[in-house]
Design a protein around this ligand. Structure first.
Ligand code: NAD
Length: 487
């Protein structure tokens, strides 16, 4: 292939038809120019950008809560503040504390015998202009959260929120345009055409969070530009309760996690594996917890609305199919109605469903929990391994060696022992998937490294044998002979 035939890194064609795409292209070009003029912002400037982000989140705390309620129909204020505001601020503060150390050159070993006084180090270099495609379920945590590490790494950022959360998307655009120059951070809002055009831009890095199916399309679009991608995808996260672990506290942890965003969370428990003899105990603990925590759950203050009617209808179909197959279904409240107008439904357990039911095949992403009975722990492990590699895996076991043995025999993006989902809440630990649950990591240092170019730098000193690599090769031959006779 001649140099003229290589794929050009061009902007979207057809932009003239869609003002949102024209604007996106202009913002992208402006960021590229700004990056070319300032390739390596220093520590103080990066810190300032992150402090601006903290101020932006604090100033808009109440508006964020209101926008979430508008898009979801219902969204508990406590959960909005904790996850979408304070969680993001805590993540930013952690980065501020550690950024200086992460930015420092990382020295590498150099063999003094052959390379004399030469030295080597890895320089974490900004990548450039980074895109972030965001899903609807955590409109702020998944847009502003990764932005922290993208900015910490010295990049410029364009965010594309989900079209399913228009109030949050509009608020984010407003907040960001008040806080930042668009040549540093910009928010592009629009529909599917814009989303496609976004993933086709020649980013220096592209983060996509969403379903595996769209993840495939995003990765294919990025491949045309050889753009590196981080894919944060979904799937079915299992909880495995080892014999003896079906206690009130542990069942509360499973169901309590399910209540967060009403199950619409990538690290939620998708299904729970329980020793056959403990199935009834699980049901009783689950009922008792919900009676205590949210007795009229779907009508009460703890519920998050289902994002769309289409999604609610899909969940209702999953339940109906289970009911038609004679599964026992246990709603964890008295009112069993599915409220289409309010986009609410009860939290329900589906006991021991057959593996070919749709709810055992696709990610549930809502208030339905299949509770699958197993006879031997090895059967439960085989069930997990028969599926795709999950984003999160949760093991409940009193004996740490049992938990470790389950971890050793399975593969997942992250895992938690004796609780659920907490592996995703630490700024000190990289977060991401494996296989169909994704690739790459963000959060804290892992995110900083992901959005940096780890440039390896070698600095020649004195007294080395580097000229052995150059012709004539008599010196190389002598060196090889000496090395072979010494070994
Ligand atoms: P979604 O429908 O909001 O889509 C996600 C984003 O992709 C949106 O911004 C959308 O506009 C964009 N998009 C859609 N089609 C596109 C295309 N062809 N090209 C480019 N962009 C496109 O959200 P969703 O996919 O329904 O999100 C739910 C999924 O996300 C679940 O599977 C969940 O597990 C997963 N998820 C994963 C994580 C994680 O961190 N691993 C976090 C949250 C959600």
């Amino acid at each position: 292939m001649s140099i003229l035939e290589t794929a050009p890194r061009t902007l979207n064609a057809g932009a003239a038809d869609d003002p949102a795409i024209t604007e996106l292209n202009a913002a992208f070009e402006a960021q590229r120019r700004a990056f070319a003029a300032d390739r390596n912002p220093g520590l103080d400037e990066r810190r300032r950008r992150i402090e601006t982000l903290i101020g932006m989140m604090l100033a808009n705390r109440e508006r964020i809560s209101a926008a979430l309620i508008q898009d979801f129909g219902a969204h508990p204020v406590g959960a909005s503040d904790l996850i979408e505001v304070l969680g993001v601020i805590g993540r930013a503060q952690y980065v501020l504390e550690h950024l200086e150390g992460w930015m420092a050159p990382q020295p590498r070993h150099v063999d003094a015998v052959t390379l004399g006084t030469s030295s080597a180090y890895v320089q974490s270099q900004p990548k450039g202009v980074v895109g972030n495609i965001v899903p609807w379920n955590f409109p702020f945590d998944l847009s502003v959260g990764p932005m922290i590490e993208m900015l910490a790494a010295g990049n410029r950022v364009i965010v594309k929120p989900s079209e399913f959360t228009p109030a949050c998307a509009e608020l984010l655009r407003e907040m960001v345009s008040e806080a930042y120059d668009p040549s540093l951070v910009y928010v592009a809002n629009g529909g599917l055409e814009l989303a496609r055009a976004f993933s086709a831009l020649p980013w220096d890095h592209l983060l996509y969070t969403g379903s595996p199916n769209v993840g495939r399309q995003v990765m294919a679009a990025a491949a045309a530009n050889l753009t590196p991608v981080t894919l944060e995808l979904g799937g079915k996260c299992p909880a495995l309760m080892a014999p003896g672990s079906v206690t009130a506290k542990n069942v509360e942890s499973v169901i309590g996690t399910k209540v967060v965003k009403n199950g619409q969370m990538c690290v939620s428990v998708d299904y729970c594996l329980v020793p056959r003899a403990d199935l009834d105990a699980f049901v009783e603990h689950a009922k008792a917890y919900m009676q205590r925590a949210a007795p009229d759950y779907s009508n009460g203050p703890e519920v998050t609305g289902i994002i769309s009617l289409r999604h609610l209808d899909r969940l209702a179909e999953l339940l109906q199919e289970a009911r038609d197959s004679q599964c026992r279904i246990v709603p964890l409240q008295q009112d069993e109605r599915i409220d289409r107008e309010g986009r609410r439904m009860p939290m329900s357990l589906v006991l021991d469903p057959a593996p070919d039911l749709r709810l055992m095949q696709e990610e549930i992403f809502g208030p339905i929990l299949p509770v699958v009975a197993y006879d031997q722990l090895t059967d439960a492990i085989s069930m997990i391994n028969a599926g795709e590699r999950p984003l999160g895996l949760y093991v409940f076991a009193e004996d740490p060696s049992v938990a470790q043995s389950v971890l050793d025999q399975t593969t997942s993006g992250g895992a938690a022992v004796n609780t659920c989902a907490m592996q995703s809440a630490l700024p000190s630990m990289g977060f991401g998937g494996v296989g169909t649950s994704g690739m790459g990591r963000h959060h804290g240092e892992a995110g900083f490294r992901e959005f940096s170019n780890p440039r390896g730098v070698f600095v020649r000193g004195e007294g080395d044998m580097i000229d052995a690599f150059y012709a004539p090769y008599a010196k190389a031959e002598a060196l090889v002979k000496a090395a072979l006779s010494a070994s």
